[in-house]
Design a protein around this ligand. Structure first.
Ligand SMILES: NC(=O)C1=CN([C@@H]2O[C@H](COP(=O)(O)OP(=O)(O)OC[C@H]3O[C@@H](n4cnc5c(N)ncnc54)[C@H](OP(=O)(O)O)[C@@H]3O)[C@@H](O)[C@H]2O)C=CC1
Ligand SMILES: O=C(CO)COP(=O)(O)O
Length: 331
């Protein structure tokens, strides 16, 4: 695939699992990629092994060049930020002075900033004034992308032409990127699905079975839609890859770190132990999502239950019992 005009070189900030996978995907789409890690040891490991430490077993081609120098990103035509949501603001502040004015900045994070209640494209807009923003989200485990398994995601921007151009520049036969003009819908789906994945993991960890998981996912998706539509998301977006698609993936698979975190909680681990040191974005999102919903008069009982468990205000059995005791009403 030959590079389209303007996006020959892509910068990826964050050489964790997803950053490495997206760098690889961009290289498969014909781009030259600079993969930036804040830690020189990660760059050294990638140079030595041609694998990213958090995406083991996947070889990175020569078109992916790892670096810890911000200046090496200066020639990039677009930047993908593949860092946790709570680190996005700091990553923007670090990168903005080193990059050309007006470079498109795409977030790959799935969450809501705890301190502000902002979604990823809003964080970038606040921390990097003047940068055109976009969000990439959808059902896609880093390891699946890395292995070249078929994967489809959505890239959205308030500037739909930019979303389309970036989607075309980064797509390859196995990594299909749909484009959208509804960034809010895409980022809300990505944030909320992690909270639902924790809840689904809890239900399975408690031994409640598949019927309970299906009920929880369906009621959770209704919750996601209420929250999303109240925040300006298009209903069709929430029904798409980045909403329903990612709910299906993350609530079904122990490969999801959020689901695995919930599973560990359901089996009796404490919130502090349950993540096993791995990123579970939903643990940061649940409290702010529940508090934003409360402030807006939106019912999100499942997010409330997950937030209460994580804060230690409720045990898993007590929280699930409270959900089951809710009054029956019209669906
Ligand atoms: N893994 C996956 O399958 C998917 C992940 N995502 C999303 O991608 C985002 C990143 O997740 P993932 O890559 O899996 O997480 P990882 O924990 O694997 O990696 C996170 C990376 O971000 C880096 N980082 C953290 N803070 C900063 C900062 N302030 N500046 C620069 N770099 C920073 C970390 O660096 P260090 O190692 O130095 O701490 C690390 O390299 C999350 O929002 C996640 O939800 C989306 C889809 C799939
Ligand atoms: O977002 C993902 C899949 O689409 C990855 O999920 P986890 O962060 O739960 O591993």
């Amino acid at each position: 695939m030959s590079p389209g005009p303007g996006f020959a070189t892509i910068g990826v900030v964050g050489a964790g699992a997803y950053g490495a996978a997206l760098a690889l995907a961009a290289s498969r789409a014909g781009r030259t990629v600079r993969l930036w890690a804040r830690d020189a040891a990660t760059v050294e490991a990638i140079d030595r092994t041609r694998q990213a430490p958090r995406l083991p077993g996947i070889d990175l081609p020569a078109a992916v060049q790892a670096t810890a120098r911000r200046g090496d990103l200066a020639g990039c035509d677009a930047l993908i930020l593949a860092v946790p949501t709570q680190s996005l603001r700091q990553a923007c502040a670090e990168m903005a002075p080193a990059l050309p004015c007006g470079i498109p900045v795409v977030s790959a994070a799935k969450g809501i900033e705890q301190a502000s209640g902002l979604f990823p494209t809003q964080i970038i807009a606040a921390a990097w004034p003047g940068a055109p923003t976009a969000i990439l989200s959808g059902p896609s485990f880093a390891a699946d992308i890395g292995r070249g398994l078929p994967t489809a995601v959505t890239l959205a921007s308030g500037a739909p032409d930019l979303a389309q151009a970036l989607a075309e520049a980064l797509s390859s036969p196995a990594f299909r990127i749909y484009h959208s003009g509804d960034p809010r819908g895409v980022e809300i789906g990505g944030a909320a699905k992690n909270v639902l994945a924790i809840a689904a993991g809890i239900a399975i960890g408690l031994g409640f079975g598949e019927s309970a998981r299906a009920a929880l996912v369906a009621r959770g998706f209704a919750e996601l839609r209420r929250f999303g539509e109240a925040h300006g998301a298009e209903p069709e977006t929430l029904m798409g890859l980045s909403g329903l698609g990612d709910v299906v993936l993350s609530c079904a698979s122990p490969q999801s770190r959020n689901f695995a975190y919930g599973l560990a909680l359901g089996r009796g681990m404490s919130p502090a132990e349950a993540s096993g040191g791995r990123l579970a974005e939903g643990a940061f999102t649940a409290p702010i999502l529940a508090s934003m919903a409360r402030a807006g008069g939106i019912e999100t009982p499942i997010a409330e239950a997950v937030a209460a468990i994580i804060a230690g205000r409720s045990g898993v059995r007590e929280a699930v019992a409270a959900l089951l005791a809710r009054p029956l009403k019209a669906e």
